[in-house]
Write a protein that binds this ligand. Structure first.
Ligand code: PAF
Length: 286
């Protein structure tokens, strides 16, 4: 695996490859976990050349503390990327991506409105801008994203469609720990006790899904199952034409999001309730 820190060097290597190979991109902010590994492996299986980016994008963080405490470990990430079969790792600096005088931002409307868009003003502007830049730099045929960030997926799909970016956006299911908690780089901030409390989120999604299938209100059921967790929201949203039950909640100083598509298959639903079903973890589909 080769590591590139400049746009020019990465472009030089990809230019002759692109006409005869399928290029896959997995955009990440590093702090890789098995959810990322599932995306990297899917890219490896389906593309000739796999590019992964590690870039903690300051433009998508509203809270400076969230940005400064975001976990970073390039050595570990590079090892995981190598093991997952990545060919090219793109690790630009902030100056490389946003040089002095940078002034162009992409504002997606529709799917970026509401939920995360309300609670994290400017977040999707930063995500859309960095994704558009990564798509322009790498010019991948396929880009891989995780269902855990369902609203982000809807935003990126709309971005690609509206700007005719000619990239196929593939989405892989959320990877969960054996106890049901969705993998997230932010889980590293949870204490033991906070992690125990966070399990109310997948339990609430499971309760909501069960209620929905029984013709009852998924939001009321999910809220009831959250117990003493005070969520930012519990909502059913139409993400990329899929009705999805989404939850965001703070546990201590860590904000977690998770969701379940309400048209989820039984197999997918079982992953939410490991205490009641055989745990499934990692692998692919996630
Ligand atoms: O999901 C993420 O890790 C980030 O939002 C992304 C897509 C890499 C853009 O910075």
């Amino acid at each position: 695996m080769r590591t590139f820190r400049t746009i020019a060097e990465l472009r030089e290597v990809l230019a002759p490859i692109r006409p005869r190979s399928t290029v896959g991109l997995v955009p990440t902010m590093g702090a890789l976990h098995e959810g990322h590994v599932a995306l990297l492996r899917a890219a490896r299986r389906t593309c000739d050349v796999v590019v992964a980016s590690l870039f903690v994008n300051p433009a998508q963080f509203g809270d400076p503390a969230d940005l400064s405490t975001y976990p970073r470990d390039e050595t570990r990430d590079a090892r995981m990327a190598t093991d997952a079969g990545v060919d090219h790792l793109f690790v630009p600096t902030v100056d490389e991506m946003y040089p002095a005088g940078y002034a162009t931002w992409i504002e997606v409307e529709g799917p970026a409105r509401g939920l995360e868009g309300d609670f994290r003003p400017g977040h999707f502007r930063g995500v859309a801008t960095v994704c558009a830049k990564l798509f322009t730099i790498v010019r991948p045929h396929v880009a891989f994203f995780g269902q855990k960030d369902a609203q982000q997926v809807a935003v990126v799909k709309r971005l690609a469609r509206d700007l005719n970016l000619d990239v196929d956006i593939r989405v892989l299911p959320t990877v969960r720990d054996a106890d049901g908690l969705a993998l997230s780089s932010r889980n590293a901030h949870l204490s033991r006790e906070e992690r125990r409390r966070a399990l109310a989120i997948p339990r609430a999604l499971e309760a909501g899904l069960t209620a929905h299938r029984a013709g009852r209100d998924p939001i009321a059921a999910a809220r009831a199952a959250l117990g003493d967790l005070d969520p930012d929201y519990v909502a059913v949203a139409d993400f990329d034409s899929r009705p999805t039950l989404a939850i965001a909640a703070r546990i201590g100083s860590t904000r977690l999001i998770d969701n379940v598509p309400l048209d989820e298959t039984a197999t997918g639903a079982e992953r939410l309730a490991p205490a009641m079903n055989t745990p499934t973890m990692g692998g692919d589909p996630t």
